[in-house]
Design a protein around this ligand. Structure first.
Ligand code: BG6
Length: 495
């Protein structure tokens, strides 16, 4: 149930995530009357602001990042009045000695019963120390029944397997119980990602064919038409494999590939996700050479190259594009390739999953289309034009017997307007209620890193492995096409 009162402490309160995602999401929750009745935000960061200055700043940013139809001046004014600010250095343990009384003072005002939700929207290098320093001053301890403490951590959770293990087993285990930790992956907050589960588990026609006997391969694309914008510093340290693949893309693989959970609850759902990660076929050295392509965008027309971006090393080899083939070693998926790709500065912003079924064993008819695509495809569009498209083959009307592929198109909007809010609205609400179902559990995060860390190590120890340049605004290095040729298929670029 929604708590009656709560203080949300945002570390990284002057950063990009806070202004773009967290504040708009909190405002929308407020507008939907989903915030606790007694609610306050304590923004924490090093920059000096008074409460008033911080409120003004957020007010301006809400106007920038919210849709025009969501703006309501009097609501914005009352929303920003719930915001408070405390300047401190989150990497300095002594500053927490001042945070504690500051929180208590605010707590007395709004009577939250010391119910605090900590949100770590900081650089990942602080994910380990913050829980420890909170613990040092007792800010990790529940107080009675109402005064629960929860901590939300952004991705990437860890830098590789060792650091993720260290975060889980040392920094967090020591300060918070697993049920207090919410590792956020905003892809799971997307309606259309949740809808994949409805498609698979609320219909009976897909299950019999959802396996290696009928599916030839699966393609997952999540690309963007922007560069790194203001996040060059973070991104250059992180790269696409850690920023997108190890969490968002693999989450999409899990939802497409998972077994039906026993129930839709935190244990059953997350057990099945973890099982997919644990079943990923470990990559061999040959795979690293042949089945993974990384790229970096270079200047093209009026678009900057990655190395010219602010806060990026001019000689950087950080990847802004990754395409790879992976496999799942279990009964359902053995020998079915999953091709996944993601990149910045691509021609468009789109996320979709294409399930390619096997072609008919023999084709009786001529095709009207030279390329003759006759195998069925199920396209799950996550963004934009959210919906499902089923491609199948029909007779071209008239004399003779030619066939062509047609599309049956279901637009998600036809079910009613999609919630205009972003995934963060749903996920922050879940944290407030204390429902961890859509958050990554420690075993899953470790299994994912177990699979991807060898790739990072391989890149580090093989500087000769190229980071292919691709002109900004194009579909990435051509080498990612070559990767699929052995299977006789190619990427389908969404238009
Ligand atoms: C974030 C990444 O998690 O996801 C960003 O850090 C990326 O680099 C973003 O741009 C993409 O999310 P979405 O919801 O716009 O597909």
């Amino acid at each position: 149930d929604k708590p009656k009162s709560m203080i949300m402490v945002i570390f990284g309160a002057s950063g990009d995530l806070t202004r773009r995602k967290l504040m708009p999401a909190l405002y929308l929750l407020y507008k939907l009357k989903k915030l606790p009745v007694n609610f306050a935000v304590l923004g924490v960061a090093r920059t000096q602001y008074t409460d008033e200055e911080y409120r003004e700043r957020i007010n301006l940013q809400l106007h920038r990042f919210l849709k025009a139809e969501d703006l309501n001046e009097s609501l914005i004014d009352s929303f920003v009045n719930m915001l408070h600010y405390f300047s401190m250095d989150p990497s300095n343990p002594n500053d927490y000695l001042h945070l504690q009384p500051k929180l208590l003072e605010l707590d007395t005002k709004i009577e939250s019963g010391e119910h605090y939700l900590y949100y770590l929207a900081t650089p990942p290098s602080l994910y380990g120390v913050i829980p420890q320093y909170l613990k040092n001053v007792g800010l990790n301890l529940d107080k009675g029944v109402r005064g629960k403490k929860r901590i939300v951590v952004e991705k990437p959770f860890g830098y590789n397997l060792d650091s993720a293990l260290e975060l889980n087993n040392v920094y967090y285990k020591d300060a918070f119980r697993e049920d207090q930790i919410f590792r956020i992956d905003h892809y799971l907050g997307k309606e259309t990602v949740q809808n994949i589960m409805a498609l698979r588990f609320a219909n009976s026609i897909f299950e019999p064919v959802w396996n290696r006997n009928y599916i030839d391969h699966i393609e997952i694309t999540a690309v963007e038409n922007m560069g790194v914008e203001q996040r060059g510093g973070y991104f250059d340290e992180t790269g696409t494999l850690r920023d997108m693949v190890q969490n968002h893309l693999i989450q999409l693989v899990a939802i497409t590939a998972m077994e039906p959970p026993m129930a839709f609850n935190e244990d059953s759902f997350r057990d099945e996700v973890a099982k997919v990660y644990q079943s990923l076929t470990p990559l061999t050295e040959k795979d690293m050479h042949e089945h993974i392509v990384r790229g970096q965008y270079v200047a093209s027309e009026n678009k900057k190259g990655y190395r010219e971006e602010k806060d990026v090393d001019p000689l950087s080899r950080t990847e802004t594009y990754v395409a790879m083939k992976l496999g799942i070693s279990n009964w359902r998926w053995n020998s079915v390739p999953f091709y996944i790709r993601t990149g910045k500065q691509m021609p468009t912003k789109v996320s979709e999953i294409i399930v390619h079924f096997k072609p008919t064993p023999f084709l009786l008819f001529n095709c009207s289309d030279k390329q003759c695509p006759t195998a069925n495809q199920l396209i799950i569009r996550i963004l934009p034009d959210e919906g499902i498209v089923l491609k199948f083959t029909m007779k071209v009307p008239g004399a003779g017997f030619e066939v062509k592929q047609v599309a049956m198109d279901f637009s998600y909007k036809s079910l009613g307007s999609l919630p205009s809010e972003d995934a963060y609205v749903r996920l922050i609400e879940d944290c407030m209620i204390g429902d961890p179902t859509l958050f990554t559990r420690s075993d899953a995060v470790e299994a994912s890193w177990r699979f991807f860390t060898p790739v990072l190590n391989f890149w580090e120890t093989h500087p000769e492995i190229p980071v292919y340049g691709y002109p900004a605004g194009t579909w990435g290095p051509k080498e990612s096409e070559a990767m699929m040729q052995e299977h006789g298929v190619q990427w389908i670029n969404p238009c």
